[in-house]
Design a protein around this ligand. Sequence first.
Ligand SMILES: Cc1cc2nc3c(=O)[nH]c(=O)nc-3n(C[C@H](O)[C@H](O)[C@H](O)COP(=O)(O)OP(=O)(O)OC[C@H]3O[C@@H](n4cnc5c(N)ncnc54)[C@H](O)[C@@H]3O)c2cc1C
Length: 246
Amino acid sequence: MSQECLEAQTVVIGAGVVGLAVARALAQKGHEVIVLESGSHFGEGVSSRNSEVIHAGIYYPENSLKARLCVEGRRQLYEYCERQAVGHRKCGKWIVATSEQQAAKLDDIRQGAARNGVSLEPVSGAELAARCPELTAVSGLWSPETGIVDSHALMLSLLGDLERAGGQLVLRAPVEAVASEQGRHRLTVAGDAPVPLRRKTWLTLQAWGHRGWPGVGKVCPKIRNHASGWLVACTSVIAGGRPSTA
Ligand SMILES: Cc1cc2nc3c(=O)[nH]c(=O)nc-3n(C[C@H](O)[C@H](O)[C@H](O)COP(=O)(O)OP(=O)(O)OC[C@H]3O[C@@H](n4cnc5c(N)ncnc54)[C@H](O)[C@@H]3O)c2cc1C
């Protein structure tokens, strides 16, 4: 094993859209950040295979974290895409009822959305036919805030911000294990050739998409595994395979 040793103040595991956004934010706040990504490119996980919809925040339960973050995140995402020239379009979305039975539920959806601060416009069947002749529906709702985004361009932009702030993406660097030793924690990073990576402070972030890693929580009780799949952990030494830099 090589004696070469890398140090990082903050390590983000996983270069999906969440990992890159978290890493960017930390780097812009002055953290020294390294992103470890098992793949040979950023954004090879679910972030590159999703529907690329900017959700309005219609269906989440009132006062839930998801409801609040979706609405605020959507606002910030549109602003960011505008500022950074990331491809996006606030194209809106139709929610339609194809029967009277379904139509009865539209008002519940509209009221639920309104409680989240999302405004939906009721549309009659005749109006729908005029505005959207391809649709066959008895009535509907128009969501003006829903949109679409080029997720690859978004991740590329986040990576650019990260690197401008001094952060670094390390590819082909799969984190394989986390072990606790005398109150310290060791992450094992596999790769083509071994190199240890030491921490300077106690913070490690990880964004592993929906797979997550339950084993990490056992060695580090401070870790919180969020529904979105990213964790906040404490760490000590990262050792293992030599990662390649992007
Ligand atoms: C079918 C589908 C459609 C969706 N549509 C939308 C949508 O329209 N709009 C929306 O906002 N959201 C949508 N989502 C949700 C959205 O895609 C995810 O919430 C988001 O991409 C998660 O990003 P992430 O960075 O957490 O995960 P990922 O993109 O999965 O990134 C995790 C990264 O971690 C890496 N990794 C994993 N294990 C390790 C390891 N041990 N060491 C190092 N690296 C590792 C992976 O290679 C990957 O690059 C959709 C999800 C699905 C499944």
